[in-house]
Every structure is written in structure tokens, then in C-alpha cells.
Design a protein around this ligand. Structure first.
Ligand SMILES: Cc1cc2nc3c(=O)[nH]c(=O)nc-3n(C[C@H](O)[C@H](O)[C@H](O)COP(=O)(O)OP(=O)(O)OC[C@H]3O[C@@H](n4cnc5c(N)ncnc54)[C@H](O)[C@@H]3O)c2cc1C
Length: 314
């Protein structure tokens, strides 16, 4: 039975939904599931982890001081030490903003193979499925080694209950202060919305929005639908919204339940970031736009009229 460590991401003391999906993916194999928790875990969170199949909850007990807790080198060292002490065979983490910072550091410290942005992982064969060449092909990458690390795309797997009994283990790390690396300041980077990669619903705008003021239509819709707002690269390059909103080959890769593309033509590079959405809805005035042939539903017409009506209906 493989010992699989899962890097747990929390938000306001709650285990993120995307983390639960990652646990479900690991639970598909015959694995012993260790939750690796860096930011403290209370009893309700422990119960949730157990409901999804975690058998050991490892509290890595980082100091609550932000300059230590948020230091990526300290976090990576704590996970590295836990992986060695627990003799893990596999580590799963999310390919989220935090995961992209943490997981490659852990792989480098341990000098072990890593695949990021996995859509699926077969732990029996150690094969990771990833999207390559702007989503034109799916590649199955087989890893070998004593310890393998996989970064899982948020929302790639829907969480499924798999109740287990979980034991809590406290494991202090020796990484409280690493010489030569200090975090001197940090910025929460509040974008006024939930993380794009983790949103269940995304409503995105492109060149068709025409200017930054018109993005308020998307924000109004998003608020009513509990959605996040995304954008094409054109909208970002024009300065209408920050880069953090960009979806696509050179932006965020997302797998929401629903992706609503407004005034976006559906270039290959945009599709590379959202083609794994479970439902794609296009709003476009051009019936020949590429996105109209590559979506589940489309509404042909002027997006300003359609979004105004949508807001009214919502
Ligand atoms: C290396 C590389 C990387 C790239 N990475 C990315 C990336 O990560 N993400 C990305 O998005 N792009 C990326 N691009 C750019 C990409 O090729 C396209 O240029 C871009 O996606 C087009 O953005 P758009 O769909 O908003 O604009 P357009 O292609 O100009 O489409 C605008 C659409 O809006 C519609 N429209 C206009 N007015 C209205 C209206 N009133 N009502 C309804 N519909 C309307 C039009 O019919 C049209 O279909 C990349 C390009 C390169 C070369």
C-alpha cells in the first residue's frame, strides 16, 4: 500500500473543495492517505478530511508568525522533512498559486520527479495525464523513483465521500529559521474575488467587452452567480483587468463546472486554459467564431444586451 502525502490547502480554517477532489483522486488507488497540514487544523477540519478517506492527519506545526509561516522556503523544508520522516512514496499537491510556489521547491529539495498540472493520475502505474501543446494532445507521463510528486489541476476531480478513521500526528519541523532566506514583507494580493483556478463558475470577457468599465457587467453577473471573472489575453493586454484574470496557454488553467465566454473568439491559446471546463457557454455576435462550434451552448447576439438581461433575470 503506497504512503501518499496530500498537501492540504485551507481557507478560513476550512479545507478547500479543490483539496477534497485531490484526496478523492488519491483514494482511488489502494493508498494510505496522509494529510500534510502546514497551517493548523481544528477538529471540524479533521472530520472533513476523514470523511474523504484520510487516515493520518500530520500537523506540521509551523509557527503562527506570518514571516515564518508564509516563508516558502520554510514551508518547503517542513514538507521535505515530513516526507523523509514518514517515508512517503507519493506526494499530491494542488497546481494552485500556493502549490506552484511550494511543490517544485519540495521536488528540488528531495531531488525527485515532479509533474505539475495533472488532470488525472494512475497511482498503480505511476502515470500522470497532462494537457500539452496548448491542449492539442493529452500526454500520459510515467514516472519512476522512490518518491514521486504530482501537482493536480484544481477542480480536475470532483470530491467523493470515502469515510475513514483518521489519527492526528503532531510533527514539528526544524525549519523555523533558514539561514539566508527571510520574508520581509507580503501582500495578500486581494483581487476582490475567489481564486480563478478554484471557482466552480467562471464568466470571462474578451475584446468584445471593448473597455475596462464594461467589465462591471461581468462582475455584476459574477456576484449574482457566485462566480469568478476571467479574461482573454487581449483584455489583459489592453489593461482592462489584471494579469491574474487571464485564462489560457499563458494564463490560468481552469476546470470549472461552467465557463461562460463573453466576446471571446475561442483561439487555440484561450482554449488551452479552459477546454476542461465541464460546460462551456459562449456569448458572441459572430456565428462563425471558433468558440461557437466548440461549446455546449451558445447565445448569438450582442453581449451587452444579453448580459443586461441575464443580470435582470438573476
Ligand atoms: C504564445 C501565445 C500565447 C497566448 N496566450 C493566450 C492566453 O493565455 N489566453 C488568451 O486568451 N489568449 C492568448 N493568446 C492570444 C490569442 O491568440 C488570441 O489573440 C486571444 O485569445 C483573442 O482574444 P479575444 O477572443 O478576446 O479577442 P478576439 O479574437 O478579437 O475576439 C473577440 C470576439 O468578440 C466578439 N464580439 C465583439 N463584440 C461583441 C459584442 N458586442 N457582443 C458579442 N460578441 C462580440 C467577436 O465576434 C469576436 O469573436 C496567446 C497568443 C500567443 C501567440
Amino acid at each position: 500500500m503506497k504512503k501518499t502525502g496530500i498537501l492540504i490547502e485551507m481557507e478560513n480554517s476550512r479545507v478547500k473543495e479543490t483539496t477534497l477532489g485531490m484526496i478523492t483522486l488519491a483514494a482511488r488507488a489502494d493508498a494510505d492517505l496522509y494529510a500534510l497540514v502546514l497551517d493548523g487544523v481544528d477538529d471540524p477540519a479533521c472530520d472533513i478530511l476523514a470523511q474523504y478517506g484520510i487516515t493520518k492527519i500530520v500537523d506540521l506545526g509551523l509557527s503562527s508568525a506570518p514571516e515564518i509561516r508564509l516563508n516558502p522556503a520554510v514551508r518547503a523544508e517542513a514538507v521535505t522533512q515530513a516526507a523523509q520522516k514518514l517515508q512517503l512514496d507519493v506526494i499530491f499537491g494542488l497546481s494552485s498559486a500556493d502549490g506552484k510556489d511550494l511543490i517544485p521547491r519540495v521536488a528540488a529539495l528531495l531531488d525527485v520527479p515532479l509533474v505539475m498540472d495533472c488532470l488525472d493520475v494512475d497511482l498503480k502505474k505511476n502515470i500522470a495525464r497532462t494537457s500539452q501543446y496548448s491542449g492539442k494532445v493529452l500526454a500520459d507521463i510515467q514516472l519512476s523513483g522512490d518518491l514521486l510528486i504530482f501537482g493536480i489541476r484544481p477542480n480536475a476531480v470532483q470530491p467523493v465521500l470515502s469515510p475513514a478513521q483518521a489519527k492526528k500526528i503532531k510533527m514539528a519541523s526544524d525549519s523555523a529559521s533558514l539561514p539566508g532566506f527571510a520574508l520581509v514583507s507580503w501582500d495578500d494580493g486581494d483581487r476582490g474575488q475567489a481564486s480563478l483556478a478554484e471557482a466552480d463558475i467562471i464568466i470571462a470577457g474578451g475584446r468584445g467587452l471593448k473597455n475596462s468599465d464594461n467589465f462591471s457587467l461581468l462582475f455584476d453577473c459574477a456576484k449574482k452567480m457566485h462566480a469568478a471573472v476571467g479574461a482573454s489575453r487581449v483584455a489583459v493586454d489592453e489593461g482592462w483587468v489584471p494579469y491574474a484574470f487571464q485564462v489560457g496557454q499563458t494564463g490560468e488553467k481552469v476546470s470549472p463546472q461552467v465557463y461562460i465566454a463573453c466576446g471571446i473568439s475561442g483561439s487555440i491559446q484561450h482554449f488551452a486554459g479552459m477546454k476542461t471546463a465541464r460546460m462551456i457557454i459562449a456569448v458572441n455576435k459572430d456565428e462563425n467564431a471558433a468558440i461557437m462550434a466548440n461549446c455546449d451552448y451558445h447565445v448569438q447576439g450582442d453581449l451587452f444586451e444579453i448580459l443586461t438581461e441575464l443580470i435582470r433575470q438573476l
